[in-house]
Design a protein around this ligand. Sequence first.
Ligand code: SF4
Length: 336
Amino acid sequence: MADYDPILSVRNLRTEFSGGRGDVRVLDDVSFDVGRGKIIGLVGESGSGKSMTALSLMGLVPKPQGRVNAGSILLDGTEISKLDAAGMRRIRGRDIAMVFQEPMTSLNPVRRVWEQVGEPLAIHKGLGRSAIRKRVLEMFEMVGIPEPQTRLDAYPHQLSGGLRQRAMIAMGLICEPKLLIADEPTTALDVTTQAQILRLMRDLRDRVGTSIILITHDLGIIAEMCDEVNVMYAGQMVEQANVFDLFENPSHPYTRGLLASIPRATEARVARRMPSIPGMVPNLAKLPPGCRFAPRCRDAMPTCQRPPDLETVGTGHVARCWLHAGQTALQSEATR
Ligand code: SF4
């Protein structure tokens, strides 16, 4: 957790969905901070809760089945978790914005790009069409869209995937939000475009000062981009550390498994994927007792049948694992 004045402070966030088999807790006691001007990574496999965290922060959890029903989300000192739909609409796009993985699903195919990118300016700043068009042109130049004047009037399908993602980043930043959430922003792009988009996001953080939550399953991107990392598993935070500590001293067996799965170049310079973590993320409606990672964990022991808490393993570094429980806890367990 940040020991400074964060732009975002999330505490004990709980999000649930109702279904035929009762309530399912998709986020359980999630807490983390985002420092001002920092890039924070949320990493984990599909189903770990990364995107649900983003939707909870944005007030976009699908209703009526889903709801944030406990915890606190402080954005620059303002509690936003209790805002109603109109209150969230007022801050969404202005104070907190989101870039999704596949822009085609977020862009309206029958509206010109400039009108969509500039829409937050109409909603939040009340600007007229010519002022909006001028500002969108500036943003297109800033995010490196070539021939920006002619792209203004394009429809989404007339842009490449990389240009659409640049347009989405322009839309996310057009009101200079305090926080940008980027959910797998480069997954659908080729490697070259991916590198360009990541560089762009880092440059924009440096120039505009926007804090960024970067959601990805790719630890290589985390290493390149982030100041701090939050590792999620089955709806919980399982490890939090600054990026150097996480890579130097991964403390949770799940994090170690993720790191071991990163493709490495062999001496023959052939990309080779290391063994991945056996098994799958559990069904949240049928969680194992105790540690949620236990069925996949090589280090599991009898103690792991009880749920572990987050334990401090270093300065600003915590892990949810009995391997790091205090000696007192282990001793009391041994005498039961
Ligand atoms: Fe593995 Fe036990 Fe740690 Fe869970 S608590 S990650 S099962 S060692």
